[in-house]
Every structure is written in structure tokens, then in C-alpha cells.
Design a protein around this ligand. Structure first.
Ligand code: NAD
Ligand code: MG
Length: 382
């Protein structure tokens, strides 16, 4: 029996690489659901090729276009955000890959967990916003959450076969394109420069988050919830070559890491195949021609977003949700040249101070606080 996979965000960087993995192992997996936000043409092309049972176009204005283009095929076409929550509940679905970007991932991920689906989690924002609630729900519903984020997959792989306590997580970071920039240079960097990541080819939002190192802050929060380790035992280490994908140090001082060529198909494939590993044709590390592997401390003075994420995690409650919402607003504003690179952290910090704080939030609270924080951040930009 093939495993049926629902890919939320199939037209994105992770989504398209997941389809490559499915194609490579078409004896084991099938794409049962494909979804996109507004990229109708690519979604149609994918649907014709992979013949899923269902597709969803989140942008409702594109519904007629998609459904007409697929009218000759036995594919159910839906539109809107609610449909994302519906399709993941289908009894046929075995695995839900959350490869959509931002807060929009929270509701469908919760719906999938409540229906006991295996989650291949790329959408880190879900754990940033509501990590406690989501991991609790996953435990209650016996829904496994398998990390797709390369660092978390590396940590997960380092923990395979281990029973002992984690002393420390070493979370590696490439440092992004501005690692060596001075404060003065950072004042004038453009979206075009920020969108050129040295090692990874990713969607625009996460590429900007990598340049500001907010992505690493989010990954600290993600690691806390996935592995139950407090922030003071998660050490961020800048490793520009992105070969050591992350590591775990145990109580005897031993450190286990996972290494490899930067290729997201490795963690995607493992999130589908765990507990076994499948063969792959992806590039291998070339040990005789590997550049020097270097490691250094992050510069929290230059990359203030990383510090703000640690601070949000320390405060807990809805604070990480506020940081995520404000970050989504400034990330887009920076890409649209409505705010500068360094203003991003200023606006996030002010939004943290001005938004209502809820210490023990419910799911509804997260939606209310997300909306409030977006309003505050928008006002600050204007
Ligand atoms: P992307 O922008 O390339 O793709 C996003 C996908 O989600 C697209 O299919 C888009 O149509 C869909 N989408 C966007 N907004 C949506 C919305 N509001 N409703 C429904 N669908 C929506 O992004 P990506 O780089 O593939 O990243 C996806 C997620 O994976 C993010 O959470 C990111 O942090 C995480 N991630 C990505 C990488 C990577 O290498 N790209 C690595 C680690 C983690
Ligand atoms: Mg990552």
C-alpha cells in the first residue's frame, strides 16, 4: 500500500522538492492532495502530472480558473483557507507535509493532528506561534511530528537510538548573506541582496528571515517544542558552510551531529520514510574537497531578531506569536521596500511592547493576538 501524502504548499520550494521525492519513490508514495496559495498555473501543471484526488487553491478568486483547467480529470477542486483544514481530515491521507508559509499553517496543522495524521513539519511558524498547544495536541492524538527543517532533522537523526538526556543542542546557522557586513553596511542593504542566500535556495519569506537571523530565532523555539529542551540549553553556532546541519551533546560530553550536502530532499524524504532510510541519488559529501569547516558565535548586536526570539521564548505565552506576526508584517514590508533592514527588529520590538499579553492562551487567543500584533506592526510601519 502506497502512503498517501497531502502537500500543503506544493508549489513552493519545499513542496516542489517533496514532489521530486515522491516521484523518485513512486512505488511507496503518492501525492493525494496538492495545495497552493495563488500560483494556479503551477498547481494545475502539478495536478496533471501527479493526478492527486484533491487540490486546493487558497486564493478563492483563482477557483474557476483551476477547476476549468482540470475539468477533464477526476480531481476534486476546492478553494479557500477552510478547504485546507478539510482536505487534511480525509481518511485516505496518511502524511500531511506542512510546506506552506507563515501563520496560515497553524489551523490546517491543528486539524491534521486532531485527525491523527503523521505530520512532516516544514511550517516552523506553527510551532513558533503555538508550540505548547500543538505539541500537547500531538501527544494526546498520538500524531507524530517529524521535522523537515534541516537543523531539526539533524537533531532528530542525532537522537535516533539514544535514550539519554540531552545536555545541549548545537543549532547551526549559515549566518546568511550579511554575516560579515558592518552595522553601517546593514543600514542600506536591499531586498535583492537579502534574497541571495549563500547555501540554500528557499522561498522569499524564509530567505529574508535567514538574512535577519530571525529564522534561527524561530528554529530555537521550534527546537524547544520538538525536543523538550529549554532555551538556555540551545546554543546557536554560526557555521557558514552548512555541512554540519546541527548536533546534540549528551551528558557524557559526546557530541553527535548529522552532516551532508545542503539538500532539503534528505530531511523531506526521511520525514516520509522514518524509521527507515530510503536510497537516494542526491549528491554526496566530497571529503577530500570540502572547504574548511568553521564555527563562530552569532553577533546579537547586529542580528537583533535572534535576541528578540530568545526574549519571546523566555516570556512565553503569546509573546512568540506576537514576534511571528510582527515579523511577517516587516518581512513583507522590507521586500516591498516599505521598511529598511534594520527597522525590522525595531518594529518587532515595539510590537512586543504594545500588544496584549496572554500567559495561558487558547487557540482562539492566538488568532486574536496575531491579528492585533499585525495591526500594531502595520501602524508602526505607516
Ligand atoms: P515558498 O514561499 O517557496 O512556498 C510556500 C508555499 O505555500 C507555496 O506553495 C504557496 O502557494 C503556499 N502558501 C503561501 N501562503 C499561503 C497561504 N496563506 N495559504 C495557503 N498556502 C499558502 O516557501 P518555502 O521556502 O517552501 O517554505 C515553506 C515552509 O517551510 C516555511 O514555513 C519555511 O519556514 C519552511 N522551511 C523551508 C525551507 C526551505 O528550504 N525552503 C527550509 C526549512 C523550513
Ligand atoms: Mg532551517
Amino acid at each position: 500500500m502506497k502512503k498517501k501524502i497531502a502537500i500543503l504548499g506544493s508549489t513552493g520550494s519545499i513542496g516542489t522538492q517533496a514532489l521530486e521525492v515522491i516521484e523518485e519513490h513512486s512505488d511507496l508514495y503518492e501525492a493525494y492532495v496538492l495545495t497552493a496559495n495563488s500560483q494556479a498555473d503551477l498547481l494545475i501543471q502539478q495536478a496533471r502530472r501527479f493526478q492527486p484526488a484533491q487540490v486546493v487553491i487558497a486564493d478563492e478568486s483563482r477557483y474557476d480558473y483551476v477547476s476549468e483547467a482540470l475539468a477533464d480529470l477526476p480531481i476534486q477542486v476546492y478553494a479557500g483557507a477552510d478547504a485546507l483544514c478539510q482536505v487534511v481530515q480525509n481518511d485516505e491521507v496518511d502524511i500531511v507535509l506542512t510546506a506552506l508559509v507563515g501563520f496560515a499553517g497553524l489551523r490546517p496543522t491543528v486539524a491534521a493532528i486532531k485527525n491523527r495524521k503523521q505530520i512532516a513539519l516544514a511550517n516552523k511558524e506553527t510551532l513558533v506561534v503555538a508550540g505548547e498547544l500543538v505539541t500537547q495536541l500531538a501527544m494526546e492524538n498520538h500524531a507524530a511530528i517529524l521535522p523537515v527543517d534541516s537543523e531539526h532533522s539533524a537533531i532528530f537523526q542525532s537522537l535516533m537510538g539514544e535514550q539519554s538526556e540531552i545536555e545541549k543542542i548545537i543549532l547551526t546557522a549559515s549566518g546568511g548573506p550579511f554575516r560579515k557586513f558592518s552595522m553601517e553596511q546593514l543600514q542600506t542593504v536591499t531586498p535583492g541582496q537579502a534574497l541571495k542566500h549563500p547555501n540554500w535556495d528557499m522561498g522569499a519569506k524564509i530567505t529574508i528571515d535567514s538574512a535577519s537571523m530571525m529564522n534561527k530565532g524561530f528554529e530555537v523555539i521550534e527546537a524547544k517544542w520538538l525536543f523538550g529542551v529549554e532555551a538556555d540549553r540551545i546554543q546557536v553556532v554560526v557555521h557558514p558552510q552548512s555541512v554540519v546541519h546541527s548536533a546534540v551533546q549528551f551528558r557524557d560530553g559526546a557530541v553527535k551531529a548529522q552532516l551532508g550536502v545542503p539538500d532539503m530532499r534528505v530531511p523531506i524524504q526521511l520525514a516520509f520514510s522514518y524509521p527507515i532510510r530510503l536510497a537516494s541519488t542526491f549528491d554526496r559529501l566530497d571529503w577530500y574537497h570540502m572547504a574548511d569547516l568553521t564555527f563562530e558565535a552569532p553577533d546579537l548586536g547586529k542580528f537583533r531578531c535572534l535576541g528578540l526570539a530568545f526574549e519571546a521564548l523566555r516570556q512565553g505565552g503569546t509573546m512568540p506569536c506576537v514576534v511571528n506576526a510582527a515579523n511577517e508584517v516587516v518581512n513583507l514590508a522590507f521586500r516591498q521596500e516599505r521598511c529598511s533592514f534594520l527597522q525590522m527588529s525595531d518594529i518587532i520590538e515595539s510590537t512586543m511592547q504594545r500588544t496584549t499579553f496572554v500567559a495561558q492562551p487558547t487557540l482562539d487567543d492566538y488568532f486574536a493576538i496575531d491579528a492585533e500584533a499585525r495591526r500594531v506592526a502595520d501602524e508602526l510601519i505607516a
